[in-house]
Design a protein around this ligand. Structure first.
Ligand code: PMP
Length: 392
C-alpha cells in the first residue's frame, strides 16, 4: 500500500478559516442577509432528486417574476454573470453573423471578445461615456448592418448608466434582429419588462440586487430567441451553455429532465430564498426602494460637493453610482481608507472610468436610508481624512 506523500498537507489549512464582516457597497457583490445564507447551509441533495427539481421549479417561477416574462425557457446557469453573457451570445451567434454592441463602457470589450470567439463580426454602436445609447442611434446601426443581435447593458456598472430599453425590442424586430440585454446589476433594482419590451435574451447575476452568493446566472430566452436557436446550422459551440441541453435539465421543454451537470444545489437554495424575499416585498416596491435610496445618495453627494459622472438624473442607475473623483483627491486612498478604517467596500472605476470615479453600490438589503447615510459618512471621511499611504 502506498503510504508516503510527495506533497505534504499544507500548514495553512491547519489554521481556522477566518472571514471578516465587510460592508459590500461597491459595484458588487453585495451583502447576503441571514435568511439567504442559512438557506445555503441546508443539507445537500442530489442533482436529480425530486426535491431538487422542486427547488429549481420554484426558482423558475421566481425568475419569471423578476424578469417579468412568461418565457418557458427561463432558468439559472451554474456560473457567474460572465457565463450568462457568454451563453447569451454563444446560443444566438454563428460564424459570419454580425453583432451590434453598444460601446459606452467597459462591457463593450467583454461582449465583443465573446462575440468574436463565436466567429461573429462586431460593429460598435457608440454613445459617449456616461450616456445611454439612443433609440435613434441604435436603429441607425441596426438598419445599416442588419445584425443577428443588438447587445445592450441595462445597468452599466462601469459608469453607473441605466440604458432605457422601451422601444428597442420592437425596433430590432422590424429588422429581424434579436435584442440581448445584460441585467447583471439591475434586475430587481430597476424596472424591467422582458415581455412587454420584447427583449429576447436577458441574463443576470445572483450576487448583486438578489444578495445571494455569486455563482449563478439567471437567464431567459423569448420564443423568438428559441426559434433562432432551433434554426442554427451548428449546435451551440459550448456544450455547457447550450440552452437546449441545460434547458432539458431544468425541465423547460416537453421532455423528461436529463442529467446535464451536477448543479450547485446549495446555491440554488440561497437563490430560491433571495427570490422569495423579492416576492414578499414585491418587485415594484423593490424598484421604488432602490430608486429612493439612490436619490438619497445623490442628494447627499451633492451636499458634500461631489459630482456624478452621469449628468442626467433619468440616465442614472439606481444600483451603482459613479462619483467623479475631485482633482486633488487620490481615489486609491479613498477606497483603501473606506476598507481599512470602516470595513466598507467602495469600488474604484472600471475600464474607461478607472481613475475618474469611485463607485458606490446600493443593492438589495443595502439599498436603505441607513446604509446610504452610512456610506455617505464613510465617503466623506475617506475624502477629507485619507489614511497616509504608509499606513494603508
Ligand atoms: N455585466 C455587468 C453589468 C456587471 O456589472 C458584471 C459584474 N460586475 C458582469 C456582467 C459580470 O458578472 P460576474 O462578475 O458575475 O461574472
Amino acid at each position: 500500500m502506498a503510504d508516503t506523500e510527495d506533497v505534504c498537507a499544507p500548514a495553512s489549512l491547519a489554521e481556522p478559516l477566518r472571514v471578516p464582516h465587510k460592508s459590500l457597497m461597491g459595484a458588487g457583490p453585495s451583502n447576503a442577509p441571514p435568511r439567504v445564507m442559512h438557506a445555503g447551509s441546508l443539507p445537500l441533495l442530489g442533482h436529480m432528486y425530486p426535491e431538487t427539481f422542486q427547488v429549481m421549479d420554484d426558482i423558475k417561477d421566481g425568475l419569471r417574476y423578476v424578469f417579468q416574462t412568461k418565457n418557458p425557457v427561463t432558468l439559472c446557469l451554474s456560473c457567474a454573470g460572465h457565463g450568462g453573457m457568454e451563453a447569451a451570445l454563444a446560443n444566438i451567434l454563428e460564424p459570419g453573423d454580425t453583432a451590434v454592441i453598444c460601446k459606452n463602457s467597459f462591457w463593450f470589450d467583454r461582449a465583443s471578445y465573446m462575440a468574436e470567439r463565436q466567429g461573429a463580426r462586431v460593429v460598435a454602436a457608440e454613445a459617449p461615456l456616461g450616456q445611454p445609447l439612443s433609440l435613434e442611434a441604435a436603429e441607425e446601426a441596426v438598419a445599416k448592418h442588419r445584425p443577428r443581435l443588438l447587445f445592450l447593458v441595462h445597468g452599466d456598472t462601469s459608469a453607473g448608466v441605466q440604458q432605457p430599453l422601451e422601444g428597442f425590442g420592437a425596433m430590432c424586430h422590424k429588422y429581424g434582429t434579436l435584442l440581448v440585454v445584460d441585467t447583471v446589476a439591475s434586475l430587481g433594482g430597476a424596472p424591467l419588462y422582458t415581455d412587454r419590451w420584447e427583449l429576447d435574451v436577458v441574463y443576470s447575476g445572483s450576487q448583486k440586487v438578489f444578495n445571494a452568493p455569486p455563482g449563478l446566472s439567471p437567464i431567459t430566452f423569448s420564443p423568438r430567441a428559441m426559434k433562432r436557436v432551433l434554426s442554427r446550422k451548428q449546435p451551440c459551440s459550448v456544450y455547457f451553455y447550450d440552452i437546449l441541453k441545460v434547458g432539458e435539465y431544468w425541465g423547460c421543454f416537453d421532455k423528461p429532465r436529463s442529467y446535464h451537470h451536477t448543479c450547485p444545489v446549495t446555491l440554488f437554495y440561497a437563490l430560491r430564498e433571495a427570490l422569495a424575499l423579492v416576492a414578499e416585498e414585491g418587485l415594484t416596491a423593490s424598484w421604488r426602494r432602490h430608486q429612493l435610496a439612490a436619490q438619497r445618495l445623490h442628494d447627499g453627494l451633492e451636499r458634500l460637493g461631489l459630482r456624478l459622472l452621469v449628468e442626467k438624473p433619468e440616465h442614472r442607475l439606481a444600483t451603482v453610482t459613479a462619483v467623479l473623483v475631485p482633482d486633488n483627491v487620490d481615489w486609491t486612498a479613498v477606497t483603501r481608507t473606506a476598507m481599512a478604517r470602516h470595513g466598507t467596500e467602495i469600488s474604484g472605476g472600471l475600464g474607461p472610468t478607472l481613475g475618474k470615479v469611485v463607485r458606490v453600490g446600493l443593492m438589495g438589503v443595502n439599498a436603505t436610508p441607513r446604509f446610504v447615510d452610512r456610506v455617505l459618512g464613510v465617503l466623506e471621511d475617506a475624502i477629507r481624512n485619507p489614511m497616509p499611504k504608509s499606513s494603508l
